[in-house]
Structure formats: structure tokens, C-alpha cells
Design a protein. Structure first.
Length: 129
């Protein structure tokens, strides 16, 4: 009996890792099925929230990191936030509502700073919980 139980205890958690369900469980579904991706020097993510909710979550994230907001526009279908770090690096956050989810892109600096972009994106997701 114990011989059969040990492989099951090991294999079942591995199934969650392989299928990618851990991010869903950890983030409570705030991030859509696509998760968070980094390409073209920008973090891309999808969230199950309205543009207004995501915009407000982004504003709270920028306030937490003490990023100066230089420009912001929001309507029912899109949002645009521009900001500046203390070291003068620029921040660009764009959101677009697709009818089901809100697509968010986060870019820090002209060449893209992956760590900072991911940190801000993660804080936006945390604020949506």
C-alpha cells in the first residue's frame, strides 16, 4: 500500500507544475490563462477585470513604488499611464479591453527593464485581488 502511495504523492503535485495551474491557484484567477509574458522589451498580461479596475490597480502600484505619474487617460475600452522613476527612467502602461479580458502591457525604460516591469505588473495583479 505504501509503495503505491509514494508515487501518487509525488506525481500529483508535479501535474500542477506541468500544466501551469500553480499561477492560477496562487493569483486566484486574476491573471488570465495566458499568464505574464515578456517580449519586445515589454511585459504582457491579461486580467479578468475591467479597464477601470485595472487602471486603479496600476495607479495604486505606482503610488506604492513612488513613481511620478506624468500622464494618464482612461475610458471604457482603454487606458494609458505614463510615469517617471526618480532615476528618470520612463514607465509606460497601456491597457485594452477586449470584451472579455483586459490586456495590459508594462514597459520601463527605452530598452526595457524586465525586472522592474515584472515587479510593477505583479503589483497590479496583487492590487486586483
Amino acid at each position: 500500500m505504501k509503495r503505491r502511495l509514494v508515487p501518487a504523492v509525488i506525481l500529483i503535485p508535479m501535474l500542477f507544475l506541468v500544466t501551469g495551474c500553480i499561477p492560477f491557484l496562487l493569483f486566484g484567477g486574476a491573471i488570465g490563462a495566458g499568464g505574464m509574458k515578456y517580449y519586445n522589451d515589454t511585459v504582457h498580461l491579461e486580467v479578468d477585470s475591467s479597464v477601470f479596475q485595472a487602471h486603479n490597480a496600476a495607479i495604486r502600484a505606482l503610488e506604492k513604488f513612488k513613481i511620478t505619474i506624468t500622464d494618464q487617460k482612461v475610458d471604457n475600452f482603454s487606458s494609458r499611464i505614463r510615469g517617471k522613476f526618480a532615476d528618470e527612467d520612463l514607465l509606460m502602461i497601456d491597457m485594452k479591453y477586449t470584451g472579455v479580458i483586459t490586456e495590459i502591457t508594462v514597459r520601463v525604460g527605452l530598452l526595457g527593464d524586465r525586472k522592474r516591469s515584472e515587479r510593477i505588473a505583479q503589483e497590479i495583479v496583487n492590487n486586483l485581488r
